[in-house]
Design a protein around this ligand. Sequence first.
Ligand SMILES: Cc1ncc(COP(=O)(O)O)c(C=O)c1O
Length: 382
Amino acid sequence: MLELKSKLPGAGTTIFTVMSRMALEHGAINLSQGFPDFDGPPLLRERVAWHLEHGHNQYAPMAGVPELCEQIAHKVHALYGRVVDPQREVTVTPGATEAIYCAVTAVVHPGDEAIIFDPAYDTYAPAITLNGGITHRIPTVYPDFRIDWDRVRGTVNERTRLIMLNTPHNPSATTWSQHDIDCLREITTGSRICLVSDEVYEHIVFDGQAHLSLLRYPDLASRTFAVFSFGKTYHATGWRVGYCVAPAKLMQEFLRIHQFINFSTNAPMQYALADFLRECPQHHCTLAAFYQQKRDLFRSLLAPSAFRLPPSAGTFFQLAEYSGVSGATDMDFVNRLTREHKVAAIPVSVFYEHPPEQRVIRFCFAKGDDTLREAAARLLAV
Ligand SMILES: Cc1ncc(COP(=O)(O)O)c(C=O)c1O
């Protein structure tokens, strides 16, 4: 029997697939995987249909449909004040996931070291491992998940080539502060460190706060692959369209890899997104208020429960500390919630290399209000 030696021997199936499957199997409300249960703007969907019918069904250019790259460049300039060359500094990718993989692959050679912060989105460490890199995982813990910058300073050495960050952050729903930016700047200045900045929730920042994109800071942007997701912005995670913005020199290497992984991203969606961004350039500005209403509704519905709810400053996630409800591990607890109470959630320990002593799960509130009401009613009965 032919057997393969795994390059990711410790990796099982991603928790998002596991929990969504379990939710389906047990007829549970799925507040686990991060996707909306509603569709994106009708005009955008009409534009997709139009382009499907009007011959945009062949390979798109490798780096993306030029009209879309231009719209992305306009948007980046309008939001973050950064002038980017749409032809050399923007690549449209099949989701942020491929962009993250290409960026890591562009930077990390065997033996290089990379720093990520736990709890970490689950694609980061495998991407580093597959490239022969060594991952240093620096933990942050409930309830504030603050980064221990002294520990980062103590971990960086001459072999460190990459720091990966994510703001607004999945799963903690925290956002970076100016202090975090200043520390990152101090640590990377004069170094050979590149940054992968996962900003897929850039538009979902609450309570009037601004999103601190690394693209706002020219010195940091000069070493950054900034990664975004149209899936999150337009409630269309299944379309698999994201993009990366990086300085031309970095993007050149990114493209060498992207061309052999996916070559290009699906064409009709790209043309449709270009049309939509041109016609409704302000649409993303509505997203924060839209999700803030859902956050507030979900939090108020759960307020009488024994769950403790830390602040959710961004993303469409709400953490819940459940030690007042159960002493079970988070994996056992989400199993029970799904099977017995018919609400699926994500255990937060899976995002850690060494899970701390905390009983915390993550709910996704990107759901219709009635679904949130029904889920909350079930959770109050736990
Ligand atoms: C932090 C983070 N990064 C990246 C992704 C992947 O985005 P996409 O669906 O565009 O590949 C997700 C999706 O859940 C995410 O939460």
